[in-house]
Design a protein around this ligand. Structure first.
Ligand SMILES: [Zn+2]
Length: 206
């Protein structure tokens, strides 16, 4: 292969390039001649009369055969790509639907939270905003549920999670900071799944 040698003059480089071109052309012609000889007996593959002339060229025939030998592979690739695109489109549509459903549920919940807070006597944009209404409603429901449990205990001791006092202990009086024996500090905590729609709290040592 010819490569320009910057140590030489342009004229010298051109001369070397011309020699390399001539050698390559000679070899190319020999190969084409040999291939043409080999193609004499190859039928004009799937060609019209006009194409027949074109395909008399070994380069054209090789190119066409190479292309055709990949036909099944190319078709399968096309089908795979179509399937992939169809699946992506379906997934995208599903995601849009899911998001729309979640947005809808969220806005219904937001409306319920606002209504709940107003019913409890809170004022919008003063005590809460559109942005924190759901969180605020959950907090209000938590406080009310703690109060309700405290009231229903009527001063009795209640059991609490993590009650493993070493001394004799009847549990926790919700008015107190500690359990009866004084061993554990106890408070109300939200149950998993607590919300203003379904308030749920329990006593736990911490
Ligand atoms: Zn105790």
């Amino acid at each position: 292969m010819f490569r320009e040698n910057t140590q030489l003059t342009r004229e010298e480089n051109i001369k070397l390039a011309e020699e390399s071109s001539a050698k390559a052309k000679e070899l190319y012609d020999k190969i084409i001649a040999a291939v043409a000889e080999g193609f004499k007996h190859v039928p004009k593959y799937g060609s019209t009369k006009a194409q027949g002339v074109k395909f008399a060229s070994p380069v054209e025939v090789i190119s066409r055969l190479e292309y055709e030998s990949r036909a099944a592979y190319n078709l399968k690739s096309t089908y795979n790509m179509r399937d992939r695109m169809a699946k992506e489109a379906a997934d995208k549509e599903e995601a849009i639907k899911t998001k729309a459903k979640l947005d809808e549920e969220r806005s219904v919940l937001l409306g319920e939270a606002i209504q709940y807070l107003i019913e409890k006597g809170l004022k919008i944009n003063t005590d809460f905003t559109i942005t924190n209404a759901i969180e605020k409603a959950n907090n209000v429901a938590f406080e009310l549920e703690c109060q309700r449990k405290e009231d229903s205990a009527c001063g009795d001791y209640v059991d609490f999670s993590g009650q493993n006092c070493e001394d004799e202990c009847n549990g926790w009086n919700p008015g107190e900071r500690r359990c009866q024996c004084g061993n554990r500090r106890v408070s109300w905590v939200e149950s998993y799944g607590h919300s203003f729609k379904d308030p749920s709290v329990y006593a736990e040592a911490w």
